[in-house]
Design a protein around this ligand. Structure first.
Ligand code: FS2
Ligand code: SF4
Length: 515
C-alpha cells in the first residue's frame, strides 16, 4: 500500500505498512481499486449525459476514501462492483491503476494528488448538499473532468490549471451546501452551548451531516433521551430548525483525536455520520453506530432508511449518567458559542467597519481548520492566547476545540472569538472577507486579515485550493506541510501565494503584525 493523503502520514512521507489512522493494507488497496474505477467511469462517462445514480456513485466513492471515513472492506468491495456495472453501462473504458499515481514522477504525483485529494474533500460537501436535495451541474461535471484527467497525459501547467479549477468549483460547492443548510435549517445565530451532561439516557452525534442529526432528533423526540453534539457537529446548535428541539442539549467532548479517551466509559451510544472515525477500542466498540458512507467492520450500520431504533434502544439500555455531570473544554471553559455565520457577522458590519476605521479593531485572524493527534497543534491555542486584545479571531472546523472555550472578552462590543461553524463554513469566512474588502475598497489581501490554518484531511485540501483560486496570499499552514506537495510544487505555491509553514506563535504574530 501507499497513502500520503493526510497530515499524520507515517514519517511525514507515506503509510506503507498499514495506516497511522488504523487503515489496514487490504483496505488501502481496495480504496486504490475504487479510485481506479472512479477514474475509469469518469473516462467512460465524460462528455455523455450521466444520471443521478452515476453522480451518486462518483460522489460517495470519493467521499468513502477520505481519511477516517470507511474501514470496512465489504463496503468498498460493494462500491467497486457497482463501479464495474456502471462502467459497463457507459460502454467500458481503458484500464487505470490509481497505484501508478503514487509511483509517478514526484511533481506529476504532487499535482495529481492535489487534484484527487481536493476532489475527495469536495465530494463530502457535494454529498451533504445532495442529501438536502441540492446539486450543481458544474460541481458534478467537475468530478468527471477532474477524475478523467488523471488518466490523461497532460503538461504540468494543464494539471496546475485543473488544481486551481478544483478550488474554484469547490467555492460553488461550499456555497451550494451553505444554501442547502440555511434553506433547511435557517440562518445560524450565536447560541450558547453547554458542555454539561444531564442525568438520564443520551446519544452523542458526531461528524458533519446535519440531515442525519435532524432525523435523529425527530426520532428521539418525547422519548426521554437527550442528544449531544460532538466534534464538527457543534455548529448544529446555531440553526433555528435544529435548536428548536429542546432535547438537543449540549456538546460532549472535544475534537476527533480525543475520542478514544472521551468515549471509553461514557454510558451512551455514539453515532458517526461522517469522519473522523478512529478504530474503536473494545471498551466502547459496541456503542459505536455508523451511517451513510461511514463504515467499520463489526459496528452496527444504519442504512439509507435511517431507522435509528438500534441507537435509541442502546441509549435507553445504557441509561446515561445517574446525575448531571459538569464537563469542560480543553481549557476549562463550560460554554461554547457557535453561530457566527456570514449573516450574523455582516449584520454588524457597520460596527465592524467603524471599529476598524477608529482603530478599536486592528486585526482579524482566521484561525481554523482541522485538529489532529500529532504534537505541535497546541501552537494554535498559544497563538490565539497571544493575539492582542484589539484583534478578532474568526474560527471554524474542529481545530477550534484548542481554544473555543477560552474567554478572551470582547472588542468593540463584539466577542473576540467568533465560531463560524464547520470546515465548509470557510465559505462564510470568505464571504465576510470579500464583503469587508468591498467596504474598504481594497482586495482581500490588503485587509488587516491573516489566515492561520491547520490541516489534517482532504476537506482542508479543497478549502486551501479555493483560497488559492481566489488569489488569497500569505496563508500560514501547519502543523506540517502536506507530504504530497513536492519541493517544486511548494516553490511554485510560495512564489504565487506566499504560503508559509507555521513557526512559533510569537514569531508568526510578530511577522504578521509587524509587517
Ligand atoms: Fe475535523 Fe475530521 Fe471537519 Fe475534518 S472532524 S479533521 O473531518 O472536516 O475538520
Ligand atoms: Fe496514512 Fe493518513 Fe493515509 Fe491513513 S489516511 S493511511 S494515516 S496517510
Amino acid at each position: 500500500m501507499f497513502c500520503f493523503q493526510c497530515e499524520q502520514t507515517a514519517n511525514g512521507t507515506g503509510c506503507t505498512r498499514g495506516g497511522v489512522c488504523g487503515k489496514k493494507i487490504d483496505t488501502a488497496l481496495l480504496q486504490d481499486e475504487l479510485t481506479s474505477k472512479l477514474v475509469e467511469l469518469a473516462c467512460a462517462a465524460e462528455g455523455k449525459p450521466h444520471d443521478a445514480e452515476t453522480d451518486d456513485f462518483m460522489i460517495d466513492g470519493l467521499f468513502t476514501t477520505i481519511t477516517n471515513v470507511n474501514f470496512d472492506d465489504a463496503d468498498i468491495e460493494a462500491l467497486c462492483s457497482r463501479g464495474d456495472a456502471l462502467i459497463r453501462s457507459y460502454g467500458g473504458s481503458c484500464p487505470f491503476a490509481a497505484a501508478d499515481v503514487w509511483h509517478a514522477d514526484e511533481d506529476v504525483r504532487s499535482l495529481e494528488s492535489l487534484l484527487l485529494f481536493g476532489m475527495r474533500g469536495m465530494a463530502a460537501y457535494a454529498h451533504h448538499a445532495r442529501v438536502l436535495g441540492k446539486e450543481d451541474p458544474e460541481v458534478n461535471a467537475f468530478f468527471y473532468k477532474g477524475l478523467a484527467s488523471l488518466a490523461k497525459d497532460l503538461t504540468a501547467d494543464e494539471r496546475l490549471a485543473l488544481v486551481m479549477e478544483c478550488g474554484r468549483v469547490n467555492l460553488k460547492c461550499m456555497a451550494l451546501l451553505n444554501d442547502a443548510n440555511v434553506g433547511a435549517y435557517g440562518k445560524p445565530e450565536p447560541t450558547p452551548v453547554s458542555t454539561d451532561i444531564e442525568a438520564g439516557p443520551f446519544i452523542i452525534v458526531t461528524g458533519h451531516d446535519l440531515h442525519d442529526l435532524k432525523l435523529l432528533l425527530e426520532q428521539t423526540e418525547g422519548k426521554g433521551i437527550n442528544v449531544y453534539t460532538h466534534g464538527e457537529m457543534l455548529p448544529a446548535h446555531a440553526y433555528p430548525e435544529l435548536k428548536k428541539y429542546a432535547h438537543l442539549r449540549g456538546n460532549f467532548g472535544t475534537a476527533w483525536q480525543n475520542q478514544k479517551k472521551e468515549f471509553a466509559d461514557v454510558p451512551a451510544p455514539i453515532l458517526f455520520t461522517t469522519n473522523c472515525l478512529m478504530p474503536p477500542a473494545p471498551s466502547y466498540s459496541d456503542r459505536i453506530f455508523t451511517t451513510s458512507v461511514v463504515g467499520y467492520p463489526g459496528m452496527t450500520h444504519i442504512d439509507e432508511r435511517k431507522d435509528f431504533t438500534p441507537v435509541i434502544e442502546k441509549a435507553l439500555a445504557l441509561g446515561g449518567y445517574a446525575e448531571k455531570r459538569e464537563m469542560s473544554g480543553l481549557n476549562g471553559g463550560h460554554v461554547l458559542t457557535p453561530g457566527f455565520g456570514v449573516d450574523t457577522v455582516l449584520s454588524v458590519a457597520d460596527k465592524v467597519v467603524d471599529a476598524v476605521k477608529s482603530g478599536t479593531i486592528k486585526h482579524f485572524f482566521l484561525v481554523g481548520g482541522c485538529d489532529g493527534a500529532k504534537p505541535g497543534r497546541n501552537y494554535y491555542t498559544e497563538f490565539v492566547k497571544q493575539t492582542p486584545d484589539d484583534s478578532v479571531i474568526l474560527t471554524l472546523a474542529c481545530g477550534k476545540y484548542r481554544f473555543n472555550d477560552l474567554d478572551l472578552g470582547t472588542v468593540a462590543g463584539l466577542p473576540r472569538i467568533m465560531d463560524m461553524g464547520q470546515c465548509n463554513d470557510a465559505y462564510s469566512a470568505i464571504q465576510v472577507a470579500t464583503a469587508l474588502a468591498d467596504v474598504f475598497g481594497c482586495g482581500v489581501n490588503d485587509l488587516p486579515l491573516s489566515m492561520v490554518l491547520s490541516w489534517y484531511e482532504q476537506k482542508a485540501v479543497c478549502i486551501l485550493l479555493t483560497l488559492f483560486s481566489l488569489g488569497i496570499k500569505n496563508i500560514y499552514l501547519g502543523p506540517t506541510l502536506p507530504a504530497f506537495v513536492s519541493p517544486n510544487v511548494l516553490k511554485l505555491l510560495v512564489e504565487k501565494f506566499s504560503i508559509s509553514p507555521i513557526s512559533t506563535p510569537s514569531e508568526d504574530l510578530e511577522k504578521i503584525l509587524g509587517s
